[in-house]
Design a protein around this ligand. Structure first.
Ligand code: ZN
Length: 224
């Protein structure tokens, strides 16, 4: 069934809701008008060492927080759709869709995946894949070591915490131009480590994208 048809039918039984305020919105809407006006589109400059580009859809602040909460807790069908499709539009506008072959979501350790039941970055990656027509390679990079929550650590410790936490499948990455997708970027240490591992395993280039980028002073968000 076509995606739009599916959403319209679902909407009859489970009306689509704004992932920020909960109001009922149109089947294909992302947010309600009043919440959408308050969202802060990310327009900062940030770079990840080793990566060609960094794209974020929104600044992480109170106006987007409820949608991120729903997404992280797996109760956000429309949060995934809203955040993923806006990030995909942003990537298209920047021409990144022309520069990538595969999409790799930031992985969770298998124990965390089992506990949570889903990987929020993969849900976002799948939305982007649907819109851009570029495949997701969910198993190209695995998180092989459990790490402490990044939010508990300072800048230096965040990097050390992630050392050798990931392993990659060179067969899936060799010669590929990769887009890494994560939900929230705080200091960029997760994306930096993933970029390094992906490049060491034969990717020719890496672009990074996330739904939200925190302001300079990190807020207490989990960057798993
Ligand atoms: Zn709303």
């Amino acid at each position: 069934m076509r995606f739009v048809t599916k959403r319209r039918i679902l909407h009859i039984f489970f009306p689509t809701r704004c992932p920020v305020c909960g109001d009922i919105i149109g089947a294909m809407d992302k947010f309600c008008k009043s919440c959408e006006e308050k969202l802060n589109v990310y327009d900062g400059k940030f770079s990840i060492a080793g990566a060609e580009s960094f794209t974020a859809a929104f600044e992480y602040d109170d106006s987007i927080k409820p949608a991120i909460f729903l997404m992280k807790n797996g109760i956000g069908g429309n949060a995934d759709y809203a955040l993923g499709s806006i990030l995909a539009e942003r990537l298209s506008a920047e021409g990144i869709n022309e520069k990538i072959d595969i999409i790799v979501p930031a992985p969770l350790h298998k124990k965390d995946l089992r506990r949570r039941g889903f990987n929020q970055s993969q849900l976002i990656a799948e939305e982007i894949s649907r819109i851009l027509g570029i495949p997701v390679e969910a198993k190209a990079v695995l998180k092989t070591r459990r790490t402490r929550a990044q939010k508990e650590l300072d800048h230096l410790k965040r990097s050390l915490n992630l050392k050798n936490a990931f392993s990659a499948d060179g067969e899936k990455l060799k010669g590929k131009r990769v887009l890494i997708v994560d939900d929230i970027c705080t200091t960029g240490s997760t994306l930096r480590e993933l970029t390094a591992v992906i490049k060491e395993n034969g990717a020719v280039s890496v672009h990074c994208a996330c739904c939200c980028k925190t302001a300079k002073k990190p807020l207490a968000v989990s960057e798993e």
